[in-house]
Design a protein around this ligand. Structure first.
Ligand code: ADP
Ligand code: ZN
Ligand code: ZN
Length: 674
């Protein structure tokens, strides 16, 4: 074999196509480096790719090698760490590297290099004014905050810190101080702050700008227009932004000088991607910190049981905040259960009498109430009393929900929308009834109960317009709202100063769920929503309507005792051999018929390599069996340790990919919903 000339080399390129290995291309050595974006031919098409390696030789036959067509010169290459990190994520979640890496780039970097690309980059680079004068200064810390900040300042190298602080204990201030200390110690350093919800980014971004405006603060989330997102990404990549606040996708931001990672509300299910590569941004944030040898802070009032177990085992260091932080030493609200079975608790209208009384009393005292119901729409189903007809989505195994403003029936799973029929489609009965309560109906009910109250509803329907949610929350903060009713959108993160009463209308549904994580999620939602009360320093109450007032979950909640709840849950999980004591992966199949989906999974199970430490369950229909006309089934795989599960999945999926399947299938590692 002839030695390659010093100028000639081979670029290993990943592209956004399902291919297990990077592809080799000819390139002259001076043209590109690892981390450069480029344009390459794949088959008959051109693809944007990323050079992940530059090597002197290739095993591909010379006749079949093609050339790199163009290399992006206007943007610095992504660094080795970023390439390694995306490769890790791809391997761990069992996806091709190219799919993960290219999808992690902002829109501009996914467009082809050329003169137009160069112009766009120049325009985008000018666009973000990242720095602004910082006007806010740090406040006096509470003793507990001081302790936490001190520990974090002393952190060297990789370490996971679980900031376990009750709602309102001032976790945000701890993050800000930790960020400040870290950036002082690492004068060029960068910080990544992850939050679960888009709605929480403007708030935090504003806070960060006030404190660190001069250092460059950008937000990264899926609600940004393409140009904004590309601009923020580039500012972080080029080090002009030292602080990035963002939702889960921001975990993949290019941060060449990353020195600290913070994951706020680390337990939040939104950190898990629901489609495509099903990654957990929380888990990846920890991995990224480990690869870089830097500290990572996980904050929560109700840590995930995974994190709690890791802390118990001594792998994470716990920093506790047990007191609320405000100057007037606000207390946590008292939690009271309203027994829906008791005569006075009957709530045909959705709101029991004692709750109605409390709402009116709060209004009279000119304090705010928050009414939480995790169900949007007017009524979850429309029924015919005469024949038993129920409104169902024609495409899903689910009811369609009555939305009153436009008199539609809507499926919350597939988006199907139809007019409410004037009469029952089966028997012609004209007196159709909405059964049960959604936020729209409760809003109506609250207006009847309190005609003078200013009632506002916040849910996905009421906030579709751009900035609608932001404006709505501003009105609440400004005191222009007496009663706020809404879904989980109102439950998380917001630092409401005037809420004195929190009402939880129907937590019972989740107690009956088959998902073993349901209690954990319910507990954390309830702690979060309860935690919106009493933040301004006044006495506050939480009223919870339930048919199961003696349920231990509610007892732990009333005592504000997360630790007891978590320990009991972990004991159950250990006894039942469930995560975090086992590791799981879920193979799902989608087909025209359930038989086909189940048959595919049955066959996949047959063809799985025999590995002793791997347990495979029977294929079963998914909880939401039919979605948008597609039948869905799942197959759960378990192992006591991650490594054998990873090895098993790799060979199993290679086998599955080698065959042409007639059903769509995908794999989810560490599934959160089963
Ligand atoms: P958490 O995130 O723990 O629920 P926040 O960070 O929202 O709590 O803080 C709750 C409230 O306490 C906020 O209004 C915040 O401004 C205030 N706060 C935080 N730290 C202090 C402090 N050291 N002194 C006074 N108020 C504080
Ligand atoms: Zn009927
Ligand atoms: Zn549907």
């Amino acid at each position: 074999m002839a030695l390659p000339s010093p100028e000639a080399c081979f670029a290993r390129v990943v592209v956004d196509v399902p291919m297990a290995q990077p592809l080799d291309y000819r390139m002259s050595l001076s043209t590109g480096r690892p981390g450069n974006a480029c344009l390459v031919p794949v088959g008959r098409r051109r693809h944007v790719g990323l050079i992940v390696d530059v090597v002197p030789g290739s095993e591909v036959e010379p006749g079949r090698l093609k050339d790199v067509m163009a290399v992006v010169a206007e943007v610095e290459p992504l660094n080795r760490h970023w390439l390694d990190f995306t490769q890790f994520a791809a391997d761990y979640y069992q996806h091709p590297w190219g799919e993960v890496a290219i999808a992690a780039l902002p829109p501009i970097m996914r467009s082809a290099p050329g003169p137009r690309f160069a112009q766009s980059i120049a325009r985008i680079r000018k666009r973000v004014v990242t720095s602004a004068p910082a006007t806010d200064t740090a406040r006096r810390l509470t003793a507990e905050q001081h302790g936490a900040v001190g520990t974090l300042a002393g952190a060297r190298g990789f370490g996971v810190f679980l900031l376990f602080g009750i709602t309102g204990s001032g976790k945000t201030e701890v993050y800000l101080r930790a960020i400040e200390d870290r950036l002082r110690a690492a004068p060029m350093g960068q910080v990544l702050l992850l939050v679960p919800e888009i709605n929480l980014t403007p708030q935090l971004e504003a806070l960060l700008r006030l404190r660190f405006g001069d250092l460059g603060v950008v937000a990264l989330h899926s609600g940004l227009a393409d140009g904004e997102r590309s601009a923020a990404w580039l500012a972080a990549h080029e080090g002009r932004a030292r602080i990035v606040v963002g939702t889960r996708l921001a975990v993949f931001a290019s941060l060449p000088s990353l020195a600290l990672v913070v994951v706020d509300e680390e337990h939040d299910p939104s950190y898990k991607a629901g489609e495509g590569v099903r990654y957990s941004a929380r888990d990846l944030a920890i991995k990224r910190a480990q690869m870089l040898g830097i500290p990572v802070v996980l904050g929560s009032a109700t840590p995930s049981l995974e994190s709690w177990a890791a802390a118990q085992a001594g792998r994470y260091q716990v920093l506790r905040l047990t007191q609320r932080a405000t100057d007037d030493a606000a207390e946590l609200p008292t939690v009271e259960l309203v027994d829906l079975r008791a005569p006075e608790g009957k709530a045909a209208s959705g709101i029991a009498a004692p709750v109605a009384d409390a709402l009116r009393a709060t209004l009279e005292r000119r304090e705010q109430s928050l009414v939480f119901l995790n169900r949007r729409g007017y009524a979850p189903v429309v029924a015919c009393d005469a024949c038993g007809w129920l409104s169902r989505c024609p495409q899903c195994s689910a009811f369609s929900v009555f939305h009153k403003p436009d008199r539609t029936l809507r499926c919350h799973h597939c988006g199907f929308k139809d007019r409410v029929p004037a009469a029952c489609p089966t028997c012609g009965n004209q007196a159709l009834q909405g059964v049960g309560h959604g936020t729209q109906r409760i809003e109506e009910r609250l207006r009847e109960l309190m005609p003078t109250a200013r009632v506002m509803r916040i849910d996905r329907d009421s906030t579709r317009r751009r900035h609608a949610a932001e404006q709505a929350f501003d009105a609440v903060h400004a005191g222009d709202v007496d009663v706020l009713v809404g879904t989980q959108m109102i439950a998380k993160g917001h630092d409401f100063q005037r809420v004195a009463l929190v009402v939880v209308l129907s937590p019972d549904g989740q107690l009956a769920s088959h998902d073993f994580r349901a209690p954990e999620r319910l507990f954390s939602t309830l702690v979060q929503v309860a935690g919106r009360a009493g933040r301004g320093g006044h006495a506050s109450r939480v009223l919870l309507q339930t048919r199961f007032p003696s349920h231990p979950l509610f007892a732990a909640l009333a005592r504000h005792d997360y630790a007891a709840f978590a320990d009991a849950q972990l004991a159950e999980r250990r006894a039942a051999g469930m995560p975090p004591y086992t590791h799981q992966a879920l193979l799902t199949a989608e087909a025209r018929t359930m038989e086909a989906a189940l048959a595919f999974l049955g066959d996949a199970r047959e063809r799985a390599p025999e590995v002793e430490s791997i347990r495979m369950f029977d294929p079963v229909p998914m909880a939401l069996q039919k979605l948008a006309g597609v039948e869905r089934a799942q197959l759960l795989v378990e192992a006591d340790r991650r490594a054998p599960l990873q090895a098993f999945l790799r060979s199993w999926l290679a086998e599955l990919r080698s065959r042409r399947a007639r059903v769509r299938w995908q794999i989810e590692v560490d599934p959160q919903e089963i």
